[in-house]
Ligand binder design. Structure first.
Ligand SMILES: [Zn+2]
Length: 511
């Protein structure tokens, strides 16, 4: 039987149970939700269920599969009634077969709880006095949660307030169906910084059902002028979990997951699985190009935003072979060639504007509203307030498109980088140091004697002085410029050059 389905007719629970039999299973747990004769002080005579079937079935199947994987059970299924139900009718049935009873109980409980929270199903109650009302707030429908006062069909919440999307549902383009779409959507946000903060705020506020946050960094005081969701007293804490806590506080209906790690070629596919849309809120090309490759390989859309000083841009990569990708537009871009916020500076509202635009475009995309066209880039200069919409062209010789077509493995930018606990460790691993910092930085914090000096500005002209087969370790303050330089040198044939991951700053932190 299909893992989640709707039924317009009465449920035959004996037949359902028979379908769950499995000789390898020692335990079977089931749950039946019944129509009862009262709710919130009203005598109920019957009720009706309505669902947006396509969305609801997709989300329901996702829940049952999650339970199966999470608890390792053998079989799991859920059937929900729609249409008109009388008192005592079975409204929802969950069945789980497992090798052992504990898994069966827990998976059964998980499924019913998640179905109540995540599947877009509306309940209309009919009361003895002839009134009826839609009960859309599942917290209100939970037994014993609170007491309500009903007035003219409204039920003012006297308990803990629950999310209220009425201001956006009022839009003709959203409505209850749009809200259900948002609720069944799952979005991955890569980066919880200047772009990620407004993105997460608006997506959580809008009631996007599931948000996953990836950010490896800890909050620093210098972040706060643009990441104004956080508090000074929280510096030193992981941004991913700070952001998740705030999402929960803003909207407890959102299922949120925090991953305090850096997206790389090994974990990217796993972390992106199960999401409908990915938002790139990162500040480095390595992450952006990794997500770009992933979009092309999986066909999953990625919305990119980048800011530089007073300007920024937005581009949606749809991940198909016909439309432009990030590499089509920036074939040569690497980290370090263009500064990020730390190096180039930025006014706080600039990423705020672009993160807000990114959230807006994401909601429009999930709602099926017109937005950025395929192959379109929005460029916004916030000094002059001029906007441009440019046509990005699919380049026939695009390397990322070519790699995706040949289903080559994801690029592993980390192989270019290598981590050491100290410079002495690196030296004993046989590396010759190449300092890519400028003269002022070098004088302030010199490397050991024997290190070569090759500042970024002279990288291409002076690289000829290096040995093509040399085992070089490129070093800068934070590892970004050196990674870019190493990438460039690799492309020039220096096969053995590497970059010190995290730069000198990382050595100090681990010393
Ligand atoms: Zn491309």
């Amino acid at each position: 039987m299909s893992p989640f389905r709707f039924s317009t007719s009465a449920l035959d629970t004996v037949a359902l149970q028979r379908q769950m039999r499995d000789e390898s299973c020692g335990g079977f747990a089931s749950f039946e939700g019944w129509v009862r004769n009262h709710n919130e002080g009203h005598a109920v005579t019957r009720l009706e269920y309505e669902a947006f079937a396509e969305l609801a079935e997709k989300e329901g199947a996702r829940i049952v599969e999650e339970a199966r994987v999470k608890y390792g059970v053998t079989r799991a299924a859920c059937v929900h009634r729609v249409g008109s139900l009388g008192l005592g009718d079975v409204a929802v049935w969950v069945g789980v077969s497992a090798a052992h009873r504990d898994e069966a109980f827990r998976a059964c409980r998980f499924i019913i709880d998640e179905v109540k929270h995540r599947v877009p199903i509306w309940k209309k109650e009919h009361y003895v006095n002839g009134d009826s009302g839609w009960v859309n707030c599942e917290r209100c429908a939970m037994p014993g949660a609170h007491t309500h006062e009903h007035e003219h069909g409204h039920h003012p919440h006297v308990h803990v307030p629950t999310p209220d999307y009425s201001r956006q549902i009022a839009l003709r383009e959203v409505g209850p169906e749009g809200q259900a779409r948002l609720r069944s959507a799952s979005v991955l946000v890569v980066g919880a910084g200047g772009l990620g903060v407004p993105v997460l705020q608006y997506l959580a506020g809008a009631g996007v059902g599931r948000l996953s946050i990836i950010d490896a960094d800890r909050l620093e005081p210098s972040n706060l002028h643009r990441q104004t969701w956080y508090a000074l007293s929280e510096c030193g804490q992981e941004k991913s979990s700070l952001a998740a806590t705030r999402v929960r506080a803003l909207n407890p209906e959102v299922r949120v997951e925090a991953h305090a790690l850096r997206l790389d070629a090994h974990n990217a596919e796993r972390l992106c699985a199960g999401h409908d849309l990915i938002l790139d809120c990162s500040d480095n090309f390595a992450t952006k190009f990794l997500l770009n490759d992933l979009a092309l390989r999986t066909g999953k859309p990625v919305m990119f935003a980048s800011v530089y000083q007073y300007e920024g841009q937005l581009q949606l990569v749809r991940g198909d072979n016909a439309s432009a990708c990030l590499r089509c537009v920036w074939p040569e871009a690497r980290d370090g060639l263009v500064g990020n916020c730390a190096e180039a500076g930025v006014l706080g509202p600039v990423p705020g504007v672009f993160g807000s635009l990114q959230a807006l475009e994401a909601l429009k995309l999930l709602l099926g509203l017109p937005g950025l066209k395929p192959d379109e880039m929005l460029i916004f200069d916030l000094i002059t307030l001029s906007t441009q919409r440019l046509r990005a062209r699919r380049q026939a010789e695009c390397e990322a498109h070519r790699r995706a077509a040949s289903s080559a493995p994801l690029l592993a930018p980390e192989e270019l980088e290598v981590q050491f606990g100290s410079l002495a460790d690196a030296a004993s691993a046989g590396f010759v140091f190449v300092d890519v910092r400028d003269t002022r930085e070098r004088e302030a914090e010199p490397l050991p004697a024997g290190a070569l000096h090759l500042p970024m500005s002279k990288l291409l002209t002076d690289a000829a002085t290096l040995d093509l087969a040399g085992r070089y370790l490129l070093i800068c303050a934070t590892g970004k410029r050196s990674a870019a330089a190493a990438g460039l040198l690799r492309s020039q044939g220096f096969a053995e050059c590497r970059s010190l991951r995290g730069g000198l700053k990382n050595l100090k932190a681990s010393a």
